[in-house]
Design a protein around this ligand. Structure first.
Ligand SMILES: Cc1cc2nc3c(=O)[nH]c(=O)nc-3n(C[C@H](O)[C@H](O)[C@H](O)COP(=O)(O)OP(=O)(O)OC[C@H]3O[C@@H](n4cnc5c(N)ncnc54)[C@H](O)[C@@H]3O)c2cc1C
Length: 403
């Protein structure tokens, strides 16, 4: 009977895991009858999450079936609801049908993350997000529909909760998009609210002035060291007692790893990510690897760790898939490493900001950085074309996201 590598998810990490496992299987001249690689996810589609703040979010997806079939990877449609590591099986549901079981010899957990909405009154009912295609589409429809409402400060105000990477990209995009929707005379107000004392707290002192300058240019107000304590249909209330009337509140703060990480009896961090070893295997749990946003790994030997980001998810995915296959093919596993770290932050009309290194040295700003952002968002993070030779060559772990 064929051995089975089962990969949960069809995102950045899972896709690259499947391709790299298929690459190693091909290099070892092992057939898919002897070693089966199966991906399980609700749909055979990669959602390009980093682009969901852009217009037309319904288009931000890539079909995967042709790519998988080019490299003999199977796809099962289903949402995994449980993992039994003693029995080496998972349980899944498919569109309301009875729960089914699937056995594995090696498991790669690559089911990603999702936005965490805190238990603040009204947040669940009254906030939009750009975390998934349905949520981003709902925001898009809402924004386009605002023109039909009477002009008022409330209609024209957008509050963005969170002044981190995603919050800034959303706010700068909204400032531009709302003006386009309302016309040049439109009195658009975009307000970022963040608990930290600084906007973009992780970006460092060299990069931050470029961000604050862009926010100023776009007329975006940043309220820092302040929490949102309530949201209702008419706006938000802040911890400093201020009330902001707003028809649009977008939650862009806080991510949590897939709840499936809790099915595995191993250590997790505050984001729910499984702490994995140098080979991205889960310590103390036989035959399980975790990767992408579902895992936290050392990214180098200088003390840096992976973040919930595409650049880490893709390369981690490639190493996890390779190493899961290696353990069935009697090949030595390869330690994951990713010494280079870059960020490219979209700032709307003023351009973008490109930094290199964990100390975030600014390498490009304005239109130059915007050109890099466009390349990242339209080429780097997309999977290879559905051609066997191209896909297998692409999936060499050390060359995935080689910056
Ligand atoms: C608005 C936004 C902007 C971002 N901007 C950037 C950026 O500029 N740069 C950057 O590097 N990163 C950015 N990110 C983060 C980046 O998108 C994530 O780090 C990346 O998507 C993680 O990839 P992943 O494959 O681990 O998980 P995901 O992309 O989340 O994919 C998870 C997959 O698992 C599947 N899945 C989930 N649960 C189950 C289940 N129970 N059963 C089966 N399948 C399941 C999902 O359907 C999906 O296919 C952004 C994210 C958002 C939301």
């Amino acid at each position: 009977m064929a051995k089975r590598i089962l990969i949960i998810g069809a995102g950045f990490a899972a896709t690259d895991a499947a391709l790299s496992a298929a690459r190693l299987r091909a290099l070892q001249k092992v057939s898919s009858d002897e070693l089966e690689i199966t991906v399980i996810a609700p749909d055979p589609v990669l959602t390009v999450r980093p682009r969901l703040y852009e217009p037309n979010p319904e288009k931000m997806k890539v079909p995967l079936l042709d790519l998988f079939s080019a490299v003999d990877v199977n796809f099962v449609s289903g949402t995994v609801t449980g993992i039994d590591t003693d029995d080496q099986s998972i349980t899944f549901e498919n569109r309301g049908n009875e729960a089914q079981k699937l056995r594995y010899d090696r498991l790669v957990l690559a089911a990603g993350s999702s936005l965490f909405r805190p238990p603040v009154p009204g947040v669940d009912q009254h906030t939009f997000s750009v975390d998934s295609i349905p949520e981003a589409v709902s925001l898009d429809l809402h924004l386009n529909g605002l023109t039909k409402r009477p002009d008022s400060p409330k209609r024209n105000t957008i509050v963005v909760a969170g002044g981190g990477f995603t919050g800034i990209e959303v706010a700068t995009e909204m400032a531009t998009r709302r003006r386009n929707i309302l016309g040049p005379g439109g009195d658009v107000r975009v307000i970022i609210v963040d608990r930290s004392s600084n906007i973009a707290p992780d970006m460092g002192d060299e990069a931050r002035p470029h961000i604050t300058q862009a926010l100023r240019q776009l007329g975006i107000r940043a309220i820092t060291a302040t929490a949102i304590t309530g949201v209702d249909a008419d706006g938000v209330t802040l911890s400093n007692g201020e009330r902001i009337d707003a028809s649009t509140v977008i939650w862009a703060a806080g991510m949590r790893a897939t709840p499936l990480t809790a099915c595995i009896n191993a250590e997790r961090d505050n984001f729910g990510r499984l702490l994995v070893d140098a080979y991205l295997a889960v310590p103390g749990v036989a035959n399980v690897w975790a990767t992408g946003d579902a895992a936290k790994a050392a990214s180098d030997d200088l003390g840096n760790h992976t973040l919930m980001s595409c650049q880490h998810a893709k390369r981690m995915g490639a190493y996890a898939g390779n190493n899961a296959a290696a353990s069935l093919l009697n090949v030595d596993p390869e330690p994951y490493q990713q010494r280079t770290y870059v960020t490219c932050l979209d700032l709307g009309e003023p351009g973008a900001l490109f930094t290199r290194g964990w100390d975030r040295k600014v390498e490009a700003t304005g239109a130059d950085a915007k050109a890099i952002k466009q390349e990242v968002n339209t080429i780097w993070i997309y999977p290879p074309k559905a051609d066997r030779a191209t896909a297998l060559a692409y999936a060499k772990p050390s060359s995935v996201v080689d910056l």
